[in-house]
Design a protein around this ligand. Structure first.
Ligand code: GLN
Length: 207
């Protein structure tokens, strides 16, 4: 079974560890470079993205993380984790560092104060039926590069949707929190990416 790490300097680490264990993979918290070396894939949880980036730098994980992601480590970011995997952050977060890797531009806290947190049913590519999605001060994806596959969108007004789930090769991200509740199917998608990559298969985007 593959070993999957959860970035554990800040954020909702336990929920992800529990989900991964439910799926039969070895799951460990990642706080140091040696722990990062030991994993086949990584989950970057929800939390506070500016704090997470600062802690990553302080604990000398930022460059190792960037390097592993660049070399193709399967990585799954949820909410703040999506922000950290984005190559670009829309205005209001000027100078904020990210791990990068996903050719997307995200907008932080995008759904606004009126709807700080909300839940809804979504259709996610690769998952049958509906997914119950929990959004907490969530980002949305403003724009995606050509190699990025859109996995899910949420309707924000009549005829207007925003992208909330993406995949690019071995990288995946959701604006919402699939680790909340008992639905393991989004994590399963990610575990499949990790298994494919440890099997020596190169994972290509299907878009
Ligand atoms: N608003 C947070 C940020 O910008 C993300 C919130 C979350 O991860 N639930 O980092």
């Amino acid at each position: 079974a593959p070993t999957i790490g959860v970035f554990a300097l800040q954020g909702d680490v336990r929920e992800h560890l529990r989900m991964l264990e439910t799926l039969g993979v070895k799951a460990i918290g990642v706080r140091r470079p040696a722990e990062l070396d030991a994993v086949d894939g990584l989950v970057v949880p929800g939390g506070e993205s500016t704090t997470m980036a600062k802690l990553a730098r302080t604990f000398e994980l930022l460059e190792p993380l960037r390097d592993r992601i660049k070399r193709g480590m399967p990585t799954f970011g949820t909410c703040a984790g999506m922000i950290l995997l984005a190559d670009r952050i829309e205005d209001g977060s000027l100078g904020q560092e990210t791990f990068g890797g996903l050719d997307i531009t995200v907008r932080r806290n995008a759904f606004g104060r009126q709807v700080d947190s909300f839940e809804g049913e979504l259709t996610i590519r690769g998952v049958e039926g509906q997914v119950h999605a929990v959004f907490i001060r969530a980002p949305w994806v403003e724009s995606v590069g050509p190699g990025v596959e859109v996995l899910g969108q949420v309707e924000v007004a009549e005829g207007a949707s925003r992208i909330v789930a993406v995949r690019q090769g071995p990288l995946m991200a959701t604006s919402f929190h699939p680790e909340v509740g008992g639905d393991t199917r989004i994590h399963e998608l990610f575990v499949d990416l990790v298994r494919d990559s440890t099997a020596g298969t190169t994972v290509h985007s299907t878009s």
